[in-house]
Ligand binder design. Structure first.
Ligand code: FES
Ligand SMILES: [Fe+2]
Length: 356
């Protein structure tokens, strides 16, 4: 048992991609604001469809750029009318300059972040503070949810959590809270707690839990529309904040990516994007799934709002084996990235046991 003061310091992991907001909100000439990694951001979509994300502050005198105008091409500051190309941040116009001025406005940049649309989100790459301008060429692509057929249905869920990102993430990988937080008639009861054994293996900057259910012709399989195919489930956690869950049964599949994104030092947001081709033709499945999904996420959210009350006064906390081992791996992986060692906390496959 670790009984150190395990309240995470919640150091932010820079130089990575985070979902800033749903991209469907970025239409026409609207500018939208959000807070990401404690940075106020303004986002929009250019006429050519490309998304952009800038620090919501004019480099001249700091007024939020979101107070100004966007014509589909340039963002114009409302204070002195400086204009900026928003994907690069490059200044295109300073109206006060005269023919006597030698200032070259194209040498001035507002801070702009690489921004890409994937799975209905505007993903923003947040470099370490002070590391200068990043162009798309220097960095890897943002993550994308794996999908296993061309036709599928999908849904998004989101909830704000009033805790730091580490508490949000370890809540995501915590197997022991299920029977308590998510107890309800349709899910499970405390009395159904039983011993479990799960197999984990290291993957780059993360870990995988894999499970194979035996094939059968029982009711759930008939519902899935497949017979005699084994169900294979994998759950991956990957730094900085991503949990992928994939369920495959023959040609049928369900896939989801859940991220916990730091918005401010003591606040984060959980986003779930799920896609599936199970029940593809059945009506009402989408609203029913969304209803269950929303209730599930809401239960976690309410619990974390209550937890935040407790954490206000900085109590000492603990992580126990085996149920909290994934949380320990997360902290070790994060530390390895912060230190630049790349050391993985797992040397090979591990079996964990807990009751839930
Ligand atoms: S503050 Fe933006 S142009 Fe002056
Ligand atoms: Fe939960």
């Amino acid at each position: 048992m670790t009984t150190a003061r395990e309240t995470p310091a919640a150091t932010l992991l820079y130089n990575d991609w985070y979902p800033a907001m749903r991209s469907e909100h970025l239409q026409g000439k609207t500018l939208k604001t959000t807070l990401l990694m404690d940075i106020p951001m303004v986002l929009g979509r250019k006429q050519d469809g490309r998304l952009f994300a800038m620090r919501d502050a004019c480099p001249h005198r700091g007024i939020p750029l979101s107070c100004g105008w966007f014509d589909g091409k340039d963002v114009t500051c409302k204070y002195h009318g400086w204009a900026f190309e928003p994907t690069s941040g490059q200044c295109t116009q300073i109206p006060s300059l005269t023919s006597h001025d030698t200032l070259d406005c194209s040498k001035i940049f507002a801070s702009a972040f690489p921004c890409e649309e994937r799975d209905g989100y505007a993903w923003v790459y947040v470099p370490a503070p002070g590391s200068g301008r990043q162009t798309g060429k220097d960095i890897s692509a943002p993550p994308e949810l794996p999908k296993f057929s061309d036709r599928f249905r999908s849904a998004h869920l989101t909830a704000d959590l009033p805790c730091n990102v580490d508490h949000g993430i370890i809540g995501l990988m915590d197997p022991a809270h299920g029977p308590f937080v998510h107890q309800s008639w349709w899910w499970r009861k405390q009395a159904s707690i039983h011993e479990k054994e799960k197999h984990f293996e290291p993957i780059p900057e993360g870990f995988r839990m894999s499970a194979h259910a035996p094939s059968g012709n029982s009711a759930p399989y008939k519902l899935l529309g497949v017979y005699g195919e084994p169900i294979v489930t994998t759950i991956d956690f990957v730094l900085p904040n991503r949990r992928y869950e994939t369920i495959r049964c023959g040609p049928k599949w369900f896939s989801s990516i859940t991220t916990v994104t730091p918005t401010a030092a003591n606040a984060c947001r959980i986003d779930v994007f799920a896609a599936w081709n199970i029940f593809y033709k059945m009506p009402f499945v989408l609203p029913i799934l969304k209803w269950f999904g929303n209730r599930f996420v809401r239960q976690d959210q309410v619990t974390m709002i209550q937890q935040a009350e407790g954490l206000k006064y900085n109590p000492s906390l603990m992580l126990i084996d085996d149920a909290d081992r994934p949380a320990k791996w997360y902290f070790a992986l994060k530390q390895a990235r912060l230190d630049g060692t790349g050391t993985h906390p797992m040397s090979g496959p591990v079996t964990l046991r807990w009751r839930s």
